[in-house]
Design a protein around this ligand. Structure first.
Ligand SMILES: [Zn+2]
Length: 459
């Protein structure tokens, strides 16, 4: 099939520019007015803040008028309006579209606690198609390419909404799904490769990709790099953004891995530069992104290298529209041009504000420690615990870590390795930990979200 641009390709060069700021400000008021007219609950909320929407013209006006609102605060706002209509009435009063117009329901992956529901009207699906088209195009996919989907299909935003987006994009879509199991996924990859001679793209989480590297030789008697996979597209969990994991997967599969996240109006994806540069934000035209301080909740200037909680306000979308929604994700932004030459500010995930620790006033995230420890594999197994003697977030220094050393590291080399890790951590996150070594396979493994904290204060 001939190359066919997606419908808003003219937005591409405008991402993260002053012209884009103008487009955003032009779209802000009509979107806020739409929310005010269509969501009874949000109308009440806006009135309770005493906000006059006529006066909101810029991002600064928005920041002054509305506090950031996270998932818990949103739930509180919604539930406080429970009336005779029950949950259905509540949703009709909260969403900006009637519940009858909702044609698809999905959730976030729920790796950070309870999954959050996402509602799609036909209009929301169109928005998602555009977002995904931009991402797929950047990753080098084109209509007519063959894509195998091997992430979770059930409920998860990266499942059916992703499949529909691929179909709308015009990709030859093969929804195998992670639920069908490793053997079936690997067998299908082999069949598709035999039929087509190569596979243009495979959707797979980084942890599943790592598992497939191990299992493929057992199932097919060939290494995974013989499956003709040209690119891996991943999301739902970190991994593609961790250098050591990225290099391991890219080496074994013999292809690039792209990291992506988002739903409907906000969307990020990484680029094909050899070193991970963060994820480019590709939807400035439908979502205003800003950073706030996790403690004071005050705006942090959106400048190269700034770190804060990511707060988003959609400028398009029918059903779920939250003003200054705080994702509680801590990210670092890079606003200078990327080495890959593509447009869009870049974001690196640092951690979750709920996991934040404070060591002598320095904010530390377990995910950031995880990134550093993982970089020392195979001299460590990658498993570790942060031992807290008092409830978080305050930690009296030194920050204590229990780290599993690698199988082949002789005992006399451990003190030097501990020093190396401590130096690296001091450089990266300004904290020098005290490391206690433990043998490999000592810590409990979890198939779900890894628990990094050991609460020694609970006895
Ligand atoms: Zn880039």
């Amino acid at each position: 099939m001939e190359d066919r641009p997606y419908w808003n390709m003219e937005m591409e060069p405008l991402l993260n520019t002053p012209e884009m700021r103008e487009i955003q400000q032009k779209r802000l008021k009509p979107q806020l007015e739409m929310i005010y007219e269509r969501s009874a609950i949000q109308k009440k909320y806006i009135d309770s803040l005493g906000v006059n929407l006529d006066k909101i013209n810029t991002l600064e006006d928005l920041q002054k008028a509305f506090p950031p609102m996270d998932k818990h605060e949103m739930r509180q706002l919604v539930m406080s309006n429970m009336g005779e209509g029950g949950i259905e009435g509540l949703l009709n009063d909260f969403l900006c579209a009637p519940l009858n117009d909702v044609v698809l329901l999905a959730t976030t992956s729920g790796t950070t606690g309870e999954p959050t529901p996402y509602f799609f009207t036909q209009g929301d699906l169109e928005l998602m198609y555009e977002s995904m088209a931009r991402v797929l195009w950047r990753c080098g996919l084109r209509p007519g390419d063959t894509v195998v989907h091997a992430m979770g299909l059930s409920m998860f935003g990266g499942g059916i909404p992703c499949i529909l987006s691929l179909v709308n994009f015009g990709a030859g879509t093969i929804p195998v799904g992670a639920e069908s199991g490793t053997e079936r996924v690997v067998t299908y990859l082999n069949i598709v490769n035999m039929v087509k001679g190569e596979i243009d793209g495979v959707f797979m989480t980084p942890s599943f990709a790592e598992y497939v590297i191990e299992k493929c030789p057992e199932i097919l008697s060939v290494e995974v790099k013989n499956l003709g996979i040209k690119r891996l597209l991943s999301g739902g969990e970190p991994g593609a953004g961790i250098d050591s994991v990225k290099k391991k997967i890219e080496g074994a599969f013999g292809c690039k891995i792209y990291d992506m996240m988002g739903l409907t109006s906000g969307f990020w994806c990484s680029c094909d530069h050899d070193e991970y540069q963060g994820m480019h934000f590709v939807r400035d035209d439908t979502c205003i992104m800003e950073l706030v301080d996790p403690e004071t909740r005050e705006p942090i200037p959106f400048e190269d290298g700034a770190v804060g909680e990511v707060v988003g306000t959609p400028l398009a979308g029918d059903s779920l529209n939250l003003i200054r929604f705080n994702s509680n994700d801590i990210m670092q932004v890079f606003t200078t041009p990327c080495l890959c030459g593509r447009s869009g500010a870049r974001y690196k995930v640092i951690g979750r504000s709920d996991d934040m620790l404070k060591v002598k006033g320095v904010m530390v995230y377990p995910a950031a420690i995880d990134n550093i420890i993982t970089g020392f594999v195979p001299r460590v197994t990658g498993e570790f615990r942060i031992v807290l003697s008092e409830p978080p977030p305050r930690v009296v220094p030194p920050l204590k870590l229990k780290v599993e050393h690698g199988e082949d590291v002789p005992e006399h080399k451990l003190p030097a390795l501990a020093g190396e890790i401590a130096d690296k951590m001091h450089d990266a996150i300004k904290v020098r930990p005290e490391i206690t070594w433990i043998p490999p396979m000592t810590l409990e493994r979890s198939a779900h979200k890894t628990q990094f904290i050991e609460k020694a204060y609970e006895g």
